[in-house]
Design a protein around this ligand. Sequence first.
Ligand code: XIL
Length: 376
Amino acid sequence: MSSRSRNWLHAMGAVLLAAVAIGCARVRPVAVGRAPRTLRTAFEGAFLVGAALNVAQFSGRDTAGAALVRAQFNAITPENVLKWQSVHPRPGVYDFATADQYVAFGERDGMFIVGHTLVWHQQTPRWVFQDSSGNPVSRDTLLARLRDHIETVVGRYRGRIRGWDVVNEALNDDGTLRPTPWLTIIGVDYLAQAFRFAHAADPAAELYYNDYALENAPKRNGALDLVRRLRAAGIPITGVGLQGHNRMDWPTAAQQDSTIVAFAGLGVRVMITELDIDVLPRPNQSATVLNPYPNGLPDSVQHALAQRYAELFTVYERHAADIGRVTFWGVADGDSWLNHWPVRGRTNYPLLFDRQHRPKPAFEAVMGVAAQAPAR
Ligand code: XIL
């Protein structure tokens, strides 16, 4: 090809590119010349914005999901792969293959990587609490197992996983300690011990107590007591995770507000760790139709969901000084655990991105809250 025709081709290419660019500019005028509109940039200086990831997203199977995560979020939590049953399925057997992929995914973009969770009564194999004949183990044996688990798991990711949900869901609705095998076999000090083991394994990691429905007064008071006692005993707890599995009418903005204020008042950081909003009826609400929106969310509900998200983020923004991170429990609606809980096989709409990964009106509403926030 002569240099002249090459030049001509280049020129035509440039014209074509310009035409495409102008075309795009007509369709999406707001995108031209501006940074992409992302959650992580919108809330920069306020708090991190995270998402819980499933295996498909960080293993490379769900490339669209992974791209959305990288674009929108700067913190990640593993939805399941660091739970006891995943990482420590049998006595003496640790399996870190999948968890390693999760951590590597976050490290590539310098994300804040969260570990979830070290001590829980669910997704923990039965053998943990039993001897080889199936009888409950002694306090000393269970403490030794707890220590080995935490040292091994936290130690493996020392300096890489930056915050751990050390104890998950230890409280009853009335604020008393839940009678899990951890409590009945070890006694009330199992929480303090878990935090000590985690701190020893990674002194720089942030350590959280994580639970749901702490916005309800009795449970909140129990959690406040717990945190107070741990801190008074010099236990290194840095934050409280409010899971944030919300409904359209619960918690109220006032409940959310006072809960954040109450924990921040104790001198701990507050994280919103598992945010979603369930728009479907609960089976115990005597609803006759349990899966009312199998083919899409009606506009009125879509709008109400957007407003509800705006309401919650307005509260988070107001307390940005005390909130370290807001993490969604999932990325797009199709990924959400709420399609399977508390009723299997429903179609739920709890997140900011729809099943095709497109931003929903709720996304716009949340971005609107960031845009109105005072300059940071
Ligand atoms: C859920 C996961 O999303 C599901 O995939 C799994 O089947 C069960 O656990 N509180 C927690 C999370 O702390 O670990 C739970 O995650 C949701 C409730």
